[in-house]
Design a protein around this ligand. Structure first.
Ligand code: UT7
Length: 325
């Protein structure tokens, strides 16, 4: 039996960092009222990073991938599969993954494609990469979550524009005799597509419909809190583990209240919850690999630890991946 395991992580945040106070001041100039107090109390967010206008998802992904490759002591040419999770691709096509492949100078013809599952994108992409390694299609995958959500925000809508940020996280997943990805549980329910979407599209040479993010926050909140525990328990059951086996909970970083509620349901002390939402905001598909990399680099997550990665977001999509790091 071939398994896959994470051999290295990397991440990148664009340098421009805005605290809640910085953002509130920028929004006030546009007649939009918000405050540090409201944002912290309702979401746990204190700051986020925004990419400069010319910086694309593939540019952030390149930096994160480079860091992961360095951590693994590998060359880009050693990669034989690239999967990028993003909802803010560089272009309509080609995929951000092929653009990244070119930026990394990978000319070995390896498959490269994007996965679109919004904030669940990274757990979807990791599961696809794990499956392709288990079937022998690939031996060493680069799996990236990367976003420039600042591009699709409506800065006149205070209910959404204070929540999101830009960034990228990456892992290298390698074929192994020992299990690394222990189990996955992925889900979607398209009936709820309308509660979190960016409905615009490109047609006839122009943008058709509204290309900015729309969210019914309370509806998303309610669904998210309801589905995450079940996905985690399903992944645990598949791996023959219980919640007591989880060393670290690394959920999608959207709202500290959702994250803490999931930890509570899994009977995990809050010290075992990895939190970066305070510093990154919601970076959609990038949030889990960004949180994982920051926990690895902070020396919290160690080799052999059992990690529960969990994503939830637009689609409506959700999923969990249980990892032995
Ligand atoms: O990444 C995918 C997953 N996404 C999520 O998980 C997001 C899930 N949803 C949430 O995190 C929360 O629903 C929000 C943080 C988006 C909103 O928090 P809430 O506690 O559900 O607030 P609310 O939408 O019910 O709004 C409460 C009040 C409203 O005022 P009234 O109607 O009570 O007078 C809003 O107008 O807060 C007001 N409000 C704000 N006030 C200051 C909304 N946004 C802001 C703001 N600053 N930025």
């Amino acid at each position: 039996m071939i398994y896959s395991r994470i051999v290295a992580t990397g991440s990148y945040l664009p340098p421009r960092r805005l605290t809640n106070a910085d953002l509130a001041a920028e929004l006030a100039a546009k007649g939009v009222e918000t405050s540090d107090e409201w944002i912290v109390e309702r979401t746990g967010i204190r700051a986020r990073h925004f990419a400069e206008p010319e910086v694309t998802s593939s540019a952030l992904a390149f930096e994160a991938a480079h860091q992961a490759l360095s951590a693994a002591n590998l060359q880009a040419a050693d990669i034989d599969l690239i999967i990028v999770a993003t909802s803010t691709p560089d272009m309509v096509f080609p995929s951000t993954a092929t653009i990244l492949q070119n930026k990394l100078g990978i000319t070995n013809g390896c498959p490269a494609f994007d996965v679109q599952a919004v904030c669940s994108g990274f757990v979807y992409a990791l599961t696809v990469a794990d499956s392709l390694i288990k079937t022998g299609t690939a031996r060493r995958a680069l799996v990236v979550g990367t976003e420039v959500f600042s591009r699709i925000l409506d800065f006149k809508d205070r209910t959404t524009c204070v929540l999101f940020g830009d960034g990228a996280g990456a892992v290298i997943l390698e074929a192994s005799q020992e299990p690394g990805i222990l189990a996955s549980s992925l889900h979607a329910d398209g009936r709820h597509a309308g509660i979190l979407c960016t409905p615009g599209t490109v047609a006839g040479g122009s943008v058709l419909g509204d290309p900015t993010l729309k969210m019914d926050g309370p509806a998303v909140f309610k669904l998210a809190v309801g589905v995450l525990e079940a996905a985690a328990r399903s992944a645990l059951a598949k791996a023959g583990k219980t919640d007591a086996d989880i060393d670290w909970l690394i959920p999608h970083q959207a709202n500290i209240r959702i994250m803490q509620s999931t930890a509570k349901k899994l009977k995990m002390p809050l010290e075992k919850l990895i939190v970066t939402v305070d510093q990154h905001g919601n970076t959609s598909a990038a949030s889990i690999p960004l949180a994982l990399d920051s926990a690895v680099r902070a020396g919290k997550v160690k080799r052999g630890d059992t990690l529960m990665l969990e994503g939830v977001g637009g689609g409506f999509t959700w999923g969990a991946v249980l990892v032995q790091y």
